[in-house]
Write a protein that binds this ligand. Sequence first.
Ligand SMILES: Nc1nc2c(ncn2[C@@H]2O[C@H](COP(=O)(O)OP(=O)(O)OP(=O)(O)O)[C@@H](O)[C@H]2O)c(=O)[nH]1
Ligand SMILES: [Mg+2]
Length: 502
Amino acid sequence: MTRSRLLLIILALLIGLGFALWLVTSLTQLYTQLAAVSATLANLVVGSVVALLVGLLVALGYYAYLFLRPAKTVRSHVKVPLDRTEAAEVNLQAVQQQVEQIQDEVTRQALIDRSREIAQNMARGEFRVVVFGTGSAGKTSLINAILGLGVGDIGAAMGTTTQEKTARFLLRGVDREIWITDTPGILEAGIAGTAREQQARQLAASADLLLFVIDGDLRRSEYDPLRSLSSIGKRSILVLNKADLYSDADLQAILQQLRDRLRSVLSPADIVAVAASPQPFTLPNGERVQPQPDILPLLRRLSAVLREEGEDLIADNILLQSQQLGDEARQILDQQRLRQAEKVVERFQWISAGVVSVTPLPMVDLLAAAAVNAQMVVELGRVYGCEMNLDQGKELARSLAKTLISLGVVRGTVEIFSLALQTNAGTFVIGRAIQGATAAYLTRIAGKSFIEYFRRNQTWGDGGISEVVQEQFQLNRRDEFMKGFVKEAIARVVEPLQNKEG
Ligand SMILES: Nc1nc2c(ncn2[C@@H]2O[C@H](COP(=O)(O)OP(=O)(O)OP(=O)(O)O)[C@@H](O)[C@H]2O)c(=O)[nH]1
Ligand SMILES: [Mg+2]
């Protein structure tokens, strides 16, 4: 309790006490005066005053209780993820729902399989560590040193490891098994190297924790992947291998340089030096010495990181994978919707052409009647999961029509088709044909603009409706497109008219 609050309470108590004293004195006085006249009257009056005061106090207390009692907690229906594991679960469920909407059987199945794999990963019991880095930096040697045996080929030339290989081991103090995966080195020459490099990068992206191995100062080709992996939230330990090749002073200088340079990417403790497979040397007396691997700094750090952050690393990794799957599913869904929406626009553009060319109307009515079609808006909305009624469709269609007119798109389109059709069709159907083709084209611009509107979650974006319309007009007036469109307009609008006339 704060001091000021305590003072306030004492003050209130003092005032209350003063008031009570005054009340008792006044009542006693009243009683004495009345008792002089009649004892019954005194009892009655003072009794009623006291009863009234008690009632008042009870009422006051009750309202104070109502006012001051703690508000009932409203139970929230939205489930807020408690920790990273739960966040990963929630995200994966959302992604699975998205995947279900994909129509293409093969794609859907592939993504469902991947989402199941991620779900299974959630229940797995091991840490996955991936060893990644330049060819010949000593990745395979490092794993051998950790395991204390030879599991992979080691070679002086780059590209010795061509296939990923996973081994398991336990580390004191870490309760889960550790699966360590060797990868082909990055930066290899030749096509095979590139494909292997791709494989290595994918493995790196799927790790709970990365051991990024280098064997000297950091090259640009190492810095870039390290930074980009860290930017997607991948946790790494940078392992400077071949420490035996440097003097102590040089080694400290390189480490310091690395720690300074990578300050924004890695914490200094996550940069360690080891000698996975130190080279033998000859003593002055001619004796050959084969030094033991020195990987203690790495084991210490690995154990600390896995103990302190291990559970979060697994959850983060699962979250990352399900986010990536979600991005992919969203892109596929967007493409799928776009194809459906374009079919809708295609259908409506020739419907309006047909309607307009048989019942020609003045230009502005033409727009209202056909070019910008409310039904099309409703159907496009449906493709994007936005249910709207015909009135809402009309409202949107009307504002788009106004934009088309005010931007001069209608006039421009009439001019384009007057010119195109005069050179391509007979003169006697020209008026109707121009109107029909114009209607088709304007419906297209409108339809494409609406697609943008729905894709952006029913907003026109910062530039507003006119920017979207203008952009679609620019995109749809390119020469190659126009040629095809005019040809189709002749086949679908002009020829039926000519046949009818003839
Ligand atoms: N001096 C020294 N040489 C080492 C050390 N560790 C590995 N080497 C040598 O570096 C060379 C490459 O080692 P690997 O373990 O095959 O390297 P890698 O990174 O697996 O290479 P790739 O599989 O081709 O990507 C070999 O000749 C090793 O003997 C070390 O600590 N000190
Ligand atoms: Mg190797």
